[in-house]
Design a protein around this ligand. Structure first.
Ligand code: RB5
Length: 142
């Protein structure tokens, strides 16, 4: 189950992400925002971050205008490693190296074509489980 959250800056792109996940048969839970109105991104960042940190959802996707504010807010929740990615290489590397559990993107930064490639790479790439990466992740958490 993938937790989804966005503000008004990410609303349009999130519609594309939801359509794409449905087409791929991937289940998601949408934590809002449910309509395109001006809202405060930390509210949705925290909802998704808590759903992932509690293991209610296995991963999350957050979208605001830049992806910056919503990723900063999500990363305040213990156990969350939210990666802001606007390229496919970073999406792959952050899964392999950081075991990132939330992907953040900016709806005013990337178009839907690239964004969906980033989503796929993020969801489909396993963590490497390399000792050095596990050690570094432990150092983040403590
Ligand atoms: C909203 O206008 C915008 O500030 C927000 O979507 C995001 O870009 C913040 O980082």
């Amino acid at each position: 189950m993938i937790a989804l959250g966005c503000d008004h800056g990410g609303y349009d792109l999130m519609q594309e992400v939801m359509k794409h996940l449905t087409e791929r048969g991937i289940e998601y839970k949408n934590f809002g925002v449910e309509e395109n109105r001006s809202v405060d991104y930390p509210v949705y960042a925290k909802k998704v971050a808590h759903a992932v940190a509690s293991k209610e959802c296995e991963k999350g996707i957050l979208i605001c205008g830049t992806g910056i504010g919503i990723s900063i807010a999500a990363n305040k929740v213990h156990g969350i490693r939210c990666a802001l990615c606007h390229d496919v290489f970073s999406a792959e590397a952050t899964r392999q190296h950081n075991d990132a559990n939330i992907l953040a993107m900016g709806g005013r930064v990337v178009g839907p074509g690239l964004a969906l490639m980033i989503v796929d790479k993020f969801l489909d790439t396993p963590f490497s489980n390399d000792e050095r990466h596990l050690r570094r992740i432990d150092m983040i958490e403590s």
